[in-house]
Design a protein around this ligand. Sequence first.
Ligand code: KIV
Length: 272
Amino acid sequence: MSTQTAESKRITTKTVLAMKQRGEKIAMLTAYDYSTARLLDESGVDVILVGDSVANVVQGLETTVPVTLDEMIYHTKIVRRGVKRAMLVADMPFMSYQTDIKEAVRNCGRMLKESGAEAVKMEGGKRIVPLIEQLTDIGIPVMGHLGLTPQSIYKFGTYEVRARESAEAKKLLADAEALDRAGVFALVLEKIPAALAAKVSRSVSAAVIGIGAGPGCDGQVLVTNDMLGMNEQFHPRFVRKYADLSATMRGAFQTYIAEVKTSKFPSKKESY
Ligand code: KIV
């Protein structure tokens, strides 16, 4: 296959926007390591997100607040090696883009240069519009994130559904429109009422990717570890379990332990 053909099949910001325009749903999942990224890419997922949910599902932390920029760059770099076709997006962690705009631009540039991500994702509404304008102007594509924004957990105090009240719903729509005008190519809406998410999807030209935001979005995202059933403690209504890897992994580990203890493993065939 020529490079041209291979490249023309890669998912880019242009592809994502074209998918929205022709009504083709966009499938996005998270990855934090090479092996999972390779399986996702080979399965045909459109967008792979190295989410700061790495804090919860890989690092065992309660919130996404402590993850550092260096850790996000490390995980994105190893995911990059497994991705040939999907678009690769990396989350900017808390406090890597909220202070000085110059520092934020430099940090987003570091993410692209050092990790191989093709776009950055960041949480926030109108407040981050000047940053998004600068980033898109210098060629760094941005995916926004509104609704439940886990980096603000200490402000909101809960992971409950956001924007149920009309004032918050109005603000969310205005924020989405402001991010759209600033140039985001896509926008994650997390845990908001389905009717509001559908309205936002119709109102903006960016591709709207929902998580707990109903079927009216242009695409869907789930945390891969959750949809694989790897976290038995976490089962909110919006996570559909496509596998029960906890049970599969436990079973495999227990069988291995038993076989080692009873000298059934390794066999002669497995020895040199
Ligand atoms: O960090 C993450 O995985 C995310 C998704 C839930 C969208 O932001």
